[in-house]
Ligand binder design. Structure first.
Ligand code: ZN
Length: 218
């Protein structure tokens, strides 16, 4: 089983990728983890990557593609891609590469979340400016409202989690994911899944999808 996950930040995609990999006994290929490990290994590729990350820039498509395809090529069984592909150029190149080694993706799961639910996941988040502990007003509130459990510091909202910034982030994501959704729809491997449920339920739904999909092919 070879699959990729699409979904907005805040939808729990990274958590789901880890759980799905564990349940299905396949490799978890997180672009974030892989970039970090290349970066710290200090390889020529890693140095290039570090250059972009340190300047706060996105790693360009060609570099991202090289790193991820190299990693995919070394996997013998199934895998779940998390955080890659993120652009149409990446998706198209990956598809060509996987076709050439006769290992096309079986399934792309597109996590969707109601915009208000998604906004609330960010807007309810509070962090401690001193120890970095993260809280959520709805799901993980501090014992004393507004104060860190560890050190009693006043909790703050990160600039990225302010309502207008969140709306802009969600809009940017929508625009960037649309071409990918169309691309995988045309290849008839896209499934859309509501990610609003409890993490356990979402994992179970994905596993059902994977098994149902494998069943169809038999
Ligand atoms: Zn603290």
């Amino acid at each position: 089983m070879r699959l990729a996950l699409l979904g907005p930040p805040g939808a729990g995609k990274g958590t789901q990728a880890i759980r799905i990999a564990h349940r299905m006994k396949i490799a978890h290929l997180s672009s974030g983890d892989i970039l970090r490990s290349e970066k710290s290994a200090g390889t020529p590729l890693g140095l290039k990557i570090r250059d972009f990350i340190d300047r706060g820039k996105l790693v360009p498509d060609d570099l991202m593609i090289r790193v991820m395809e190299d990693r995919v090529a070394r996997i013998h069984g199934g895998f779940v891609l998390d955080g890659f592909p993120r652009t149409l150029v990446q998706a198209a190149d990956l598809a060509g590469f996987l076709d050439s080694i006769h290992k096309p993706l079986d399934l792309v799961v597109n996590f969707v979340l109601d915009e208000n639910v998604l906004s609330r996941r960010f807007e309810g988040r509070r962090v401690c400016p001193v120890c970095g502990s993260v809280y959520h007003l709805d799901t993980m509130p501090p014992e004393v409202p507004g104060l860190c459990d560890q050190d009693g510091q006043a909790l703050v909202t990160r600039p990225d989690d302010q309502p207008d910034v969140v709306r802009e982030r969600i809009k940017t994501y929508r625009l960037s994911v649309e071409p990918l959704v169309d691309f995988y729809k045309k290849r008839e491997i896209l499934v859309t899944l509501d990610a609003a449920g409890a993490p356990n339920d979402v994992t179970a739904a994905v596993v059902d999808l994977i098994r149902g999909n494998a069943g169809k092919k038999r």
